[in-house]
Ligand binder design. Structure first.
Ligand code: SF4
Length: 464
């Protein structure tokens, strides 16, 4: 059976039944499986192996800019709350040191097809600092023609002219943090941001030729109601971003201290949360957005929708990506990279990051080298997350195994999900049905070796 990728059916009974905690699969194995035995030496070895058969792989670069001058209480990012501007000046000098250590390890193949600045708040940096950082990056890499250069923007921290300046630096995609326009929700999460501020940022991005504008929204925040979020959706649809990420708020105050400022009593009940999600999906799809997967929507003419329809959508640490599978270099604290069949993560604390670089070391804290088993499971999970279908034959050919024998236990579990209508096993295909799509994480979790061997889900967010 073939279902268009954007077909989605919300089945409240199934969603309640399977609303369990699970990973978002921006990598497999997930970052909590990285180990300290993988460090600088291993990364250096794999960087030296980057060229396979003499062909340099395309390269993505992620730069983590962690500073924020206020803290949003829902935040689960790795950030440094400060108003002290000297901190970012010091940090970018260390980013330059990290680049200087990395570039000789890359050989001549330094064409970058994708550059992303995330945070934190990248626009915490002054224009001079941003210019300096881009100069360093351009000195270390060659941005390929048509490279996708994106940046996360906090519209509250956007002095006039900043988007024009960023366009001049080469950025062509922008992601704006919005979350919710309801003032009582904004107050409860310590993020006051008028519609006017968001509108101005959106219009400035368009006026400066940004090819894609993304809005991040969150449902499940304190004081959120169906009516209030409906009004937020009115405004979002009116502003018409090219992409929308609609995240579920995961209340995990033990893991993320700022969330302790959110009173549990103010959170919408699971029923209201599901109603908000249902409302949002209905309104966005009626307004012409296509459901891409997980939390993402895009206009049919956006590159994300095109990549999905052409079967080349990827999932990585920044969510969904239109770029071909590539090595990724992560720069800055807590940044995650992917080189060949490995992942690595940098030190999470500024002090440790600075100390490593002062000692002339790459600031790698942990990582993992994928086994043949990890690689095949990653391929299956990627296909499920990006295309809602897996070709059994393709996996067999690419990984030289008998799928039905290798995944006998997983297929038995899938048959149980098939009996509930989440998935179909149709000849050579595993197909996520329209009503299984919102629960695609649950289906992917069947193929996660680490979750199969022990139940360790307390640190993950619920799937909805
Ligand atoms: S949500 Fe963004 S702006 Fe708010 S504290 Fe977190 S990283 Fe900073």
């Amino acid at each position: 059976m073939h279902y268009p990728a954007s077909d989605l059916v919300i089945d409240p009974v199934l969603i309640r039944q399977y609303d369990t905690a699970g990973p978002r699969y921006t990598s497999y194995p997930t970052a909590d499986r990285f180990i300290e035995a993988f460090g600088e030496t291993e990364l250096r070895q794999w960087l030296a192996n980057r060229k396979v058969g003499g062909i340099g792989l395309p390269l993505s670069v992620y730069v983590h800019l962690p500073f924020c001058d206020t803290v949003c209480y829902y935040c689960a990012c790795n950030k440094v709350a400060t108003r002290d501007r000297t901190k970012s000046a010091k940090y970018i000098k260390y980013l330059a040191k990290e680049l200087a250590l990395l570039s000789p390890l890359l050989g001549a193949e330094r064409d970058v097809c994708r550059l992303h600045w995330g945070g934190g708040t990248p626009t915490f940096l002054s224009h001079e600092e941003m210019g300096f950082l881009m100069e360093q990056l351009r000195g270390a890499f060659k941005l390929a023609p048509g490279a996708e250069c994106s940046i996360e923007i906090d519209p509250r921290r956007l002095p006039p002219g900043t988007l024009e300046f960023l366009a001049g630096l080469g950025f062509n995609r922008v992601s704006l943090g919005v979350q919710d326009f309801d003032p009582s929700v904004q107050k409860a999460v310590n993020r006051l941001q008028s519609e006017e501020v968001t509108r101005r940022a959106t219009e400035e991005a368009r006026a400066n030729g940004f090819a894609s504008v993304n809005f991040d929204l969150i449902y499940g925040l304190p004081n959120q109601t169906l009516d209030g979020f409906n009004r937020t959706l009115d405004r979002v649809i009116d502003l018409g971003p090219d992409r929308i990420a609609l995240y579920s708020y995961a209340h995990l105050p033990k893991l993320f201290p700022p969330q302790r400022r959110i009173a549990e009593a103010d959170l919408p009940s699971p029923e209201v949360k599901l109603e908000i999600l249902t409302l949002a999906i209905g309104r966005l799809t009626r307004a012409g957005y296509l459901y891409i997967g997980m939390d993402h929507f895009a206009r049919p003419d956006d590159a994300l929708a095109t990549a999905q329809s052409q079967g080349r959508l990827q999932r990585d640490f920044q969510g969904y990506s239109t770029q071909p599978e590539s090595d990724t270099l992560g720069l800055g604290i807590s940044a995650i990279g992917r080189v060949g069949p490995t992942y690595y993560q940098n030190e999470k604390e500024l002090d440790h990051y600075y100390a490593a670089l002062d000692a002339g070391r790459l600031p790698v804290a942990r990582g993992v080298e994928l086994s043949a088993d990890d690689l095949v499971r990653r391929a299956v999970i990627q296909a499920l997350m990006c295309h809602f279908r897996v070709s059994i034959e393709s996996i067999e050919l690419a990984h030289l195994l008998d799928f039905r024998q290798y995944f006998a236990a997983e297929l038995a579990d899938l048959r149980r999900l098939a009996a509930e209508g989440l998935v179909e096993i149709d000849g050579d295909w595993i197909i996520v049905t329209p009503k299984g799509r919102l629960l695609v994480r649950v289906i992917a979790m069947v193929f996660d070796r680490f979750l199969r061997s022990r139940v360790a889900r307390a640190s993950y967010s619920k799937v909805i």
